[in-house]
Write a protein that binds this ligand. Structure first.
Ligand SMILES: [Zn+2]
Length: 313
């Protein structure tokens, strides 16, 4: 009897232990499920404006790392470090510009073994731009809608349970670009054909969308490529400013050198209105606010430039 009791006792203990194990396994399984539901999609963007779009579309479902995010550094001179490669390691979605703006990203991806498990979005491919084209694609009003659609599709593929939320975020994002398009149309109506110049081609696509007559392209390309502008290109630029042949100088405050600073000074001395643009999205502004604030600054400079020359051309 005692023996039986012991057996019973042992059996109960065994049952209790197995219950504990089952409960433990259930907790473990629940833990894994909870983790799977809260694990964020790892996104790496080469440039912070693409990272911003991924964040606006993914919200708290994404964890975004942007490599180029310092508006005080010239992105054309950026070189990837081991830290950049490490950031990329666990990314399941990668967004970069392409068109030779960020050749380091293509190199890192080529060297990576994880590409089969990730989605790679190249902005240039989405809008048919290639090596040799102006690489500042995010100033082209066609780029961000295309990138946003591609990012939303990638997020929905990675996380189909939240498709409705991504669709809603995409619709909201596309809607939020409308004031930018409206501003571009307004400026086009008022200033198409007006001659302007710039120290570097960062604003080129936006300038084209507005229909401005952009001058001194060779000088701008030399700044972008960190090469020396020719004496005749410098002389032509100076003449445009001194003789007020341009209404506005668009100054890239992120790609500066002695020569571009000299042109800024000459514009100020010659009373040619200037406006400052950056390559990288500044802290505290999202893409839409950043673009609109620059368009507002351009609008003010163009108005001043028109008053300045007393002509419409
Ligand atoms: Zn640039």
């Amino acid at each position: 009897m005692k023996k039986l009791s012991l057996k019973w006792h042992d059996a109960r203990r065994a049952l209790s232990l197995s219950k504990y194990l089952v409960a433990g396994a259930a907790v473990l399984a629940l833990g894994q499920t909870a983790f799977a539901q809260t694990a964020k999609i790892q996104v790496v963007a080469a440039e912070n404006f693409y990272g911003d779009v991924a964040h606006q579309l993914g919200g708290d479902r994404v964890d975004v790392t942007s490599i180029l995010s310092n508006p005080d550094e010239d992105p054309h001179l950026f070189e990837a470090s081991p830290k950049t490669a490490r950031a990329l390691q666990h990314a399941s979605l990668v967004v970069y510009n392409g068109a030779d703006y960020d050749p380091w990203m293509a190199k890192l991806l080529n060297a990576s073994k994880n590409n089969a498990k990730r989605t790679i979005i190249v902005a240039a491919d989405l809008i048919g731009k290639k090596s040799g084209d102006n690489p500042h694609l995010w100033y082209d009003p066609a780029t961000m809608p295309a990138v946003a659609r591609a990012v939303a599709t990638a997020l929905e593929t990675a996380d189909p349970a939240n498709k409705t939320a991504y669709d809603a975020n995409l619709a909201k994002f596309l809607d939020s670009l409308k004031p930018i398009d409206a501003k571009v149309a307004e400026l086009h109506g008022r200033y198409a054909g007006v001659p302007v110049t710039a120290t570097e081609p960062v604003f080129g696509y936006m300038s084209d969308a507005i229909g401005l007559a952009m001058r001194n392209m060779r000088f701008q390309l030399a700044t972008m490529n960190d090469t020396e502008a020719s004496a005749s290109d410098i002389a032509a630029f100076e003449k445009d400013l001194r003789e007020k042949r341009v209404h506005v100088l668009i100054y890239n405050s992120q790609a500066t050198e002695a020569l571009t600073k000299r042109m800024l000074k000459l514009a100020q001395q010659s009373h040619v209105p200037t406006m400052s643009v950056t390559e990288t999205e500044p802290a505290g502004k999202n893409y839409q606010v950043w673009m609109l604030s620059q368009l507002d600054a351009l609008s003010a400079a163009l108005a001043a430039g028109q008053a300045n020359t007393g002509t419409t051309q």
